[in-house]
Design a protein around this ligand. Structure first.
Ligand code: NAD
Length: 287
């Protein structure tokens, strides 16, 4: 480390709370070292109300770029100087690029999701998706899939505060991508869910169901799945959710959340450095 960090080393950060468990510092520092880049990446525990000061600090310390995690993604979007097209629609960012004091916000979660499908041999263009969820991950996935040419997106969410997000996303997408058919239904309408899954090419779980401590739970009965349905999850802990295990047992093509996590990081790395992340080397190192 004493040989790697010098007076010229450029800083990248992670802002959010908590950040102590994050895998990002290890992943980015490994990648900088692999590619001989004079950069370092550190995590800072920053609460929502501290974000204006943190954003000013990015400018003051000429931090090259930053990731933003929960619960600061939405407030960060209001503090950036400019937003990518997807970030504008989503209203949240997970990446900030500092271009000589001008901060541009991006959201790479949806990019990572679409790349993860692609890495599993599935294109989103022209496809009908059923997406369970209307929180941060779900909204990013819905917006990116629409921008990348999905034919139809049907959103199901339980009757909670997130439901209104789905309706907002539907309205926003109507304005920017009127050719994509976006429908929103309550998750409690199980007959509708069954009918929509029957018509779908890709089923996505973007809720917290399946994540610890809700592991061993799935919002979809295995009898609703069929081998030609692609099944994706945003949940990455556990690595295989019950939904992914049920789908795999039936022979479906699956795209678990860990791949989305890797590829959203890769997309951020490219925005930070202009290079592809050495993902294969990092996966081998992590294993
Ligand atoms: P969020 O809190 O913003 O949204 C939670 C969603 O879960 C809402 O739609 C809510 O209605 C739904 N929900 C909660 N309890 C439910 C229940 N009992 N039954 C049905 N629906 C329920 O969360 P988020 O940030 O969108 O994260 C969702 C999941 O995606 C988490 O597991 C998170 O770790 C994961 N995630 C993964 C990546 C990745 O790169 N793979 C990125 C972001 C988030």
């Amino acid at each position: 480390m004493e040989k790697r960090i010098s007076g010229t080393t450029g800083l990248f950060t992670l802002l959010g709370s908590p950040v102590g468990h994050s895998g990002s510092p290890a992943m980015y520092n490994f990648s900088f070292q692999q590619q001989g880049l004079d950069y370092a990446y550190l995590a800072f525990d920053v609460k929502k109300d501290q974000m204006p000061e943190a954003i000013d600090a990015l400018r003051l310390f000429k931090v090259r770029g930053s990731n933003v995690t929960m619960p600061c993604k939405s407030v960060a979007a209001t503090l950036a100087d400019e937003l990518s097209p997807a970030a504008k629609i989503v209203g949240a960012i997970n990446v900030i690029v500092n271009d000589n004091g001008k901060l541009t916000g991006h959201i790479t979660d949806g990019i990572g999701f679409v790349r993860n499908l692609k890495e599993n041999g599935v294109e989103v263009a022209g496809k009908k998706l059923v997406i369970l969820g209307a929180g941060g991950a779900a909204t990013a996935v819905q917006v990116q899939c629409a921008l990348d040419g999905a034919k139809a997106i049907t959103i199901f969410n339980q009757d909670d505060a997130f439901y209104a997000n789905a309706e907002k996303t539907q309205q926003k997408l109507k304005a920017v991508k009127p050719d994509v058919e976006v429908k929103v239904y309550p998750l409690a309408d199980q007959a509708r869910l069954t009918a929509e899954i029957k018509k779908a090419d890709i089923l996505v779980n973007a809720t917290i169901v399946g994540m610890k401590p809700l592991d061993h739970q799935s919002l979809v009965d295995p009898s609703e799945l069929r081998p030609d349905l692609v099944v994706a999850d945003t949940v990455y802990n556990p690595l295989k959710t019950k939904l992914i295990e049920d789908a795999e047992a039936l022979g479906c093509t699956v795209a678990p959340g860990k791949g989305m996590l890797l590829w959203q990081g890769d997309a951020a790395y490219t925005l930070f450095t202009g290079k592809a992340m050495p993902t294969a080397e990092y996966q081998a190192y992590e294993a």
